[in-house]
Design a protein. Structure first.
Length: 134
């Protein structure tokens, strides 16, 4: 059952792009086993005065009673709609790199990765520091 709300909608567009990104990067292929869903928000969001383009949210175990996903990637359309498709893909690549896993007592648990510096090294190496502006 899909239940869009006034401000939040499931998005096939970003899901398809993210799957392209995963396909194109072998180091991301393990994500095929992670349950990720993609949602757009029409609410605006800023952090420290800067526009937030997207965020990667780990779904807590108890929440999975209601939503069968490990992570949700939220895209803030107010800040992204004017950007080209290729930049959307970079943004998704960035958000996908936030998905991490760690091993504890022989059990794998998902975690949210933090940026290497102010960004992920892999993103800067592939697209440059100013990747969001092309
Ligand atoms: Zn980030």
């Amino acid at each position: 059952m899909i239940m869009d709300t006034e401000h939040y909608k499931k998005t096939q567009y970003y899901k398809d792009l993210a799957e392209e990104v995963i396909e194109e990067h072998e180091e991301l292929h393990w994500l095929w086993n992670v349950r990720i869903d993609y949602v757009t928000s029409t609410k605006s969001k800023t952090s420290q005065g800067m526009a937030v383009y997207g965020e990667c949210i780990k779904v807590k175990e108890w929440m999975q009673v209601y939503m069968p996903y490990d992570f949700v990637i939220m895209i803030y359309e107010i800040n992204t709609h004017q950007l080209p498709r290729e930049i959307h893909k970079r943004l998704l690549h960035h958000e996908l790199l936030h998905i991490g896993v760690s091993e504890k007592d022989g059990e794998y648990i998902y975690k949210t990765n933090h940026h290497d510096v102010q960004d992920f090294r892999a993103i800067i190496e592939e697209y440059g520091l100013d990747w969001i502006n092309g």
